[in-house]
Design a protein around this ligand. Structure first.
Ligand SMILES: C[S@@+](CC[C@H](N)C(=O)[O-])C[C@H]1O[C@@H](n2cnc3c(N)ncnc32)[C@H](O)[C@@H]1O
Length: 281
């Protein structure tokens, strides 16, 4: 399987290799609880999770929303879907979420499912598509009047490491360029409010969810594992764009691993979060 899954308007840089699925799981361990706090579910919601990946957050929302919740996860990639189903089975949670194959740009909903969801959520998907407004518009159309559309995504402009590891700026720029080369948007996080507004959502609010850490913290190993995994998974795309060669890549990665063992290290980063309501009438 190649390291990226592509269509003309939706190019997923990270792919679905087992190491990448492991990284995605680490990321869920880090972010699901703080994101649920931001989401403030009332209980019993009907939820659509768009680009649900391995389904861990879809299931976390279902658990948090309680027995009368109903959650559907939409995922384009068959390997991600089958892994999501296996993980749910291993946790005896197959009843919690219906995982459905389909494209976020053309949601696979029945006629009676449009305008029916209390919450339509997506995380880490809009950065991987060329026209995120098309997905947000589909999400709005799936949500009932008075329901919420929730977007959570990266903005690679706000990433800071201190002390800065040798070769890191070049590595980071090559990663950003690899996104851009695929036609995707590494800076979509800052645009979430604008996307909601343009799609016709109201009462929009924004927030950030801390996604960093420092040496000595319990979660720092997870944060480091995610960072190294991100570069490892996108390595070929980063080399293809010719802004760094293989030796520079390997040297910068070694420096990053050493940096992770330094007791003074800190990583500053936040996930961008925005939500808006579908107008009532
Ligand atoms: C980084 S993962 C995030 C998964 C999940 N939302 C999470 O936060 O754990 C992005 C997922 O979106 C899926 N994806 C990418 N483009 C898609 C599209 N056009 N429609 C549906 N899923 C898509 C990928 O296959 C991948 O599983």
């Amino acid at each position: 399987m190649s390291s990226s899954s592509t269509s003309p308007v939706s190019n997923y840089i990270h792919g679905n290799a087992p190491e990448e699925q492991h990284r995605l799981s680490l990321l869920n361990d880090l972010l699901n609880e703080p994101l649920l706090r931001e989401l403030k579910l009332n209980g019993g919601e009907r939820i659509l999770d768009v680009g649900s990946g391995l389904g861990q957050f879809s299931r976390a929302m279902a658990r948090a929303s309680g027995k009368s919740a109903s959650v559907i996860g939409i995922e384009r990639d068959q390997d991600q879907l089958s892994q999501a189903r296996q993980l749910a089975e291993a946790d005896a949670e197959t009843e919690l979420v219906e995982f459905r194959q389909g494209d976020a740009l053309d949601l696979p909903l029945q006629n009676n499912e449009w305008q029916s969801f209390d919450i339509t959520h997506t995380r880490f998907l809009l950065e991987h598509v060329q026209e995120p407004i098309r997905i947000v518009s589909q999400m709005k159309a799936a949500t009932r009047p008075g329901g919420r559309v929730v977007l959570a995504d990266d903005d690679h402009g706000g990433f800071q490491l201190w002390p800065e590891p040798l070769g890191f700026p070049t590595l980071w720029q090559a990663y950003i360029r690899a996104y851009q080369r695929l036609g995707n948007d590494p800076f979509v996080g800052r645009k979430l409010v604008s996307l909601l507004h343009c799609a016709g959502l109201t009462q929009v609010r924004n927030a950030t969810v801390f996604f960093g850490g420092c040496a000595g913290n319990d979660a720092f190993d997870l944060v480091m594992g995610n960072l190294l995994g991100v570069f490892g998974g996108a390595r070929q795309e980063m080399l293809d764009n010719k802004s760094l060669d293989q030796n520079s890549f390997d040297d910068a990665m070694e420096a990053l691993v050493r940096w992770g063992d330094d007791p003074t290290t800190a990583m500053w980063y936040s996930l961008c979060y925005a939500e808006g309501f579908v107008p009532l009438g």
